[in-house]
Ligand binder design. Structure first.
Ligand code: NOJ
Length: 556
């Protein structure tokens, strides 16, 4: 397919890498990661093939929700550096051709934010209506506590204000009232500020909650929440035509489509595929392709120029909330049978390699899927080397331990005393002595080397990320086979979810006599005979194959 097209719509063939500055690399030896440290490591990300860094919240914060509780949307938390150092990092990233996006967390602020402090101080405060207040929690208000281990209600009584305020998440995170035009203006100002400093967009936190305003508002204030999202997108692209908003929308597919702006595609540029992610784990647990194949078949085609973002793990619990109760229990049993591994009765606080007992064939299979399934892959830091969780760290933070650079003290993350680190290093078989960047850089068989190969091939084959795809029918139930076509290019991928080798015969329509399939992850060429191809896959094996025409010179 035309590379000029792929480069234009950059987000459709990007490799997004999510990291927290706090846990990535400590440049000044105080124990906390910082922008200076991150700038030193941009080369590593570039050499891996990352094209876009997603920064988790780096703003000033009391840090009661790992930075998702913000006290100043325009600042940098002093533990992480200064605005100047952030700009230096942006400069280094640009030099490497890497775009940077950041978390935009405007569903709520910290209760320590000066706006909230002002709002609660008096009904006449100019910020009072920036939050959602009620004399009594409304019976018809929003439902569903997100963190049931900590919160019992969405409304908290504030003595000083003499009213209840809405908080979708923790009670120390009062929700902003986007029905108020002044709040919407301020959010646009925040976007404009960071775009001006050089960001290429935002990962928008908790989008459905952001659009919801308490349930008892004057309908005239925000009659159509999606109109607000359209306005925000239009503003974003007026300021920077190539900027994107990647939304956290964990809803069934038909509902998620509304956040793309339905067929108009004028709201979120990208949405995470939470459904595909959950079905992937069900497929892994069962050793069968069907759950993931069904998700890919059900997944609606995204509107033009928008895109799905695919992922295996993120910084939160591995949510399984869109599976049925029995399906969820199957996954719990397979990958997190102990209560201490589970969270909120809906998810797991583990990373992939420990869930798969360190089985490298199976781990490689999962990342091969991530990079070959339609959508833009998003990695969470440390996935490329197979980092695991540290369960002694509370809650979701178990998967947010410092990056493991080497087998030195503190995994080479920091030279400070271990007590000064933001979280303890992973202990045991997945700790930095065994799992680290330096040793994997030297090892051609490492997971990191595998990841680099996948990324190289993924970038060479934009058909995979955004071509027209088709899940292929066949009779091997452990195998997911799909093909992706775009502008005359065709790539076929096959993945075996079983721990035994398998052969599969695939029917490939629309090929011509003499076409052959060339392996992209290993050496090999397979002829297509009468429109059919027979492939062998090892235990948890995977193959990507490009259709090459007779006489065509193929340069891998
Ligand atoms: C979603 C984020 O992913 C999560 O980490 C955070 O706690 C909540 N939003 C609240 O901001």
């Amino acid at each position: 397919m035309r590379m000029s097209h792929a480069a234009d719509l950059w987000w459709k063939n990007a490799v997004i890498y999510c990291l927290d500055v706090e846990t990535f690399f400590d440049g000044d030896g105080d124990g906390c990661g910082d922008f200076n440290g991150l700038a030193q490591r941009v080369g590593y990300l570039d050499e891996m093939g990352v094209t876009c860094i997603w920064l988790m919240p780096f703003y000033p914060t009391p840090d009661r929700d790992d930075g998702y509780d913000i006290t100043d949307f325009y600042g940098v938390d002093p533990r992480l550096g200064t605005n100047g150092e952030l700009v230096e990092f942006l400069r280094v990233a640009r030099d490497r051709g890497i775009r940077v996006i950041a978390d935009l967390v405007v569903n709520h602020t910290s209760d320590k934010h000066p706006w909230f402090q002002s709002a609660r101080s008096s009904p006449d405060s100019p910020h009072r209506d920036w939050y959602v207040w009620r004399d009594e929690p409304p019976a018809d208000g929003p439902k569903g506590v997100v963190f049931p281990d900590q919160e019992k209600s969405l409304w908290e009584y504030d003595e000083k204000a003499g009213q209840y305020y809405l908080h979708r998440f923790y009670k120390h995170q009062p929700d902003l009232n986007v029905a108020n035009p002044a709040v919407r203006d301020e959010i646009a100002r925040v976007l404009g500020y960071w775009l001006h400093l050089g960001l290429s967009g935002f990962r928008v936190d908790a989008v459905p909650f952001l659009l919801e305003t308490g349930g008892a508002l004057d309908a005239e204030d925000l009659p159509d929440p999606h109109e607000y999202l359209r306005d925000l997108r239009a503003f974003l692209n007026r300021r920077n035509g190539e900027a994107v908003i990647l939304g956290e929308v964990n809803l069934p597919y038909p509902d998620t489509m509304r956040f793309f702006g339905d067929e108009d595609g004028d709201e979120l540029t990208m949405c995470f595929d939470f459904i595909g992610m959950q079905r992937l784990y069900l497929s892994l647990a069962r050793g069968k392709a069907a759950p993931l194949a069904e998700a890919l078949r059900e997944r609606p085609e995204q509107p033009k120029d928008t895109h799905w973002a695919t992922f295996v793990r993120n910084h939160d619990e591995l949510t399984l909330d869109k599976l049925s109760e029995e399906e969820r229990q199957e996954v719990f049993e397979a990958f997190g049978p102990e209560k201490r591994m589970q969270l909120y009765d809906r998810g797991l606080r583990r990373r992939l390699p420990s869930m798969l007992d360190g089985d490298m064939d199976r781990i490689r299979l999962v990342y091969s899927l991530l990079f070959s399934m339609p959508g833009t892959p998003v990695l969470f830091y440390g996935e490329e080397i197979g980092m695991a969780e540290e369960l002694s760290v509370e809650g979701r933070n178990a998967v947010r331990t410092p990056m493991q650079w080497s087998d030195d003290d503190n995994g080479g993350f920091s030279t400070a005393d271990p007590e000064k680190l933001p979280a303890p290093m992973v202990q045991g078989e997945f700790g930095p002595e065994k799992v680290n960047v330096v040793s994997q850089l030297r090892d051609p068989d490492s997971l990191l080397s595998w990841m680099k190969l996948l990324i190289r091939r993924y970038r060479q084959c934009p058909e995979l990320a955004w071509g027209r795809y088709e899940v292929l029918e066949h009779d091997a139930e452990s195998v997911l086979a799909h093909r992706a076509d775009q502008d005359g290019g065709t790539v076929v991928a096959a993945h075996n979810f079983a721990d035994e080798p398998v052969d599969v015969t695939l029917r490939l329509d629309r090929l011509e006599p003499g076409d052959r399939l060339v392996d992209l992850l290993s050496d090999g060429t397979t002829p297509v005979e009468d429109g059919e191809v027979r492939l062998s896959l090892g235990r948890y094996g995977c193959r990507w194959l490009r259709v090459v025409k007779p006489g065509e010179v193929f340069v891998p």
